[in-house]
Design a protein around this ligand. Structure first.
Ligand code: SF4
Length: 182
């Protein structure tokens, strides 16, 4: 048996796909192209500054609908045939990957700081998602993919991972929070 006396730690963040590749974001004719090219600079700068690795989650909407795709709210995605099952499959596979990374890394040990979703996304929001049940509302609920991911991570005992979210309209907000917890 190999025993690591002074095991080292490598910190990583698990991030939504579009934070590293904005081209999968919902594309709308007439919007500036900057919305759909490149990556979320704040997250990368933060990771570089603190020597933190990044793990990219799959994009549930792009892999199901491609681009351009219709604009949909969470309640509309919920009734789109096959979409919930698609999210569940992606979440199950991704949670296994996370479990593998955590359990196979003895030295350096991989420490996942947080899972970062995207504010207001019907699939990847962490605390708020748009619903039309009573008009246009920001509800205190997770996006469809993140709900499944949390469930699947719980199966592997990853119950204490913080879930945070990036706001493309307020990119500095997340890094302020991260500076406090890392
Ligand atoms: S928020 Fe999620 S579903 Fe939307 S573009 Fe980003 S990764 Fe894809």
């Amino acid at each position: 048996m190999v025993i690591f006396m002074n095991s080292l730690t490598s910190k990583v963040l698990v991030v939504s796909h579009c934070l590293l590749n904005k081209s999968v974001r919902w594309w709308q004719e007439g919007k500036p192209l900057e919305r759909n090219i490149g990556l979320a600079n704040n997250v990368i700068e933060y990771a570089l500054r603190h020597n933190i690795g990044l793990i990219q989650m799959p994009c549930p909407e792009f892999t199901f609908c491609g681009n351009p795709r219709p604009s949909r709210r969470k309640d509309e995605y919920e009734v789109l045939p096959g979409f919930k099952e698609h999210c569940e499959r992606l979440a199950r596979t991704f949670a296994k990957q996370i479990k593998m990374l955590v359990t196979m890394s003895k030295n350096p040990r991989i420490h996942i700081i947080a899972v970062i979703g995207v504010k207001r996304s019907p699939s990847c929001a962490v605390r708020t998602a748009i619903s039309m049940r009573n008009g246009l509302l920001y509800q205190n609920e997770k996006g469809i993919f993140i709900e499944f991911l949390e469930k699947e991570l719980n199966v592997y005992g990853q119950t204490t991972l913080p879930f945070l979210e990036f706001d493309f309209d307020n990119p500095g907000e997340l890094t302020e929070i991260l500076e406090k917890i890392v």
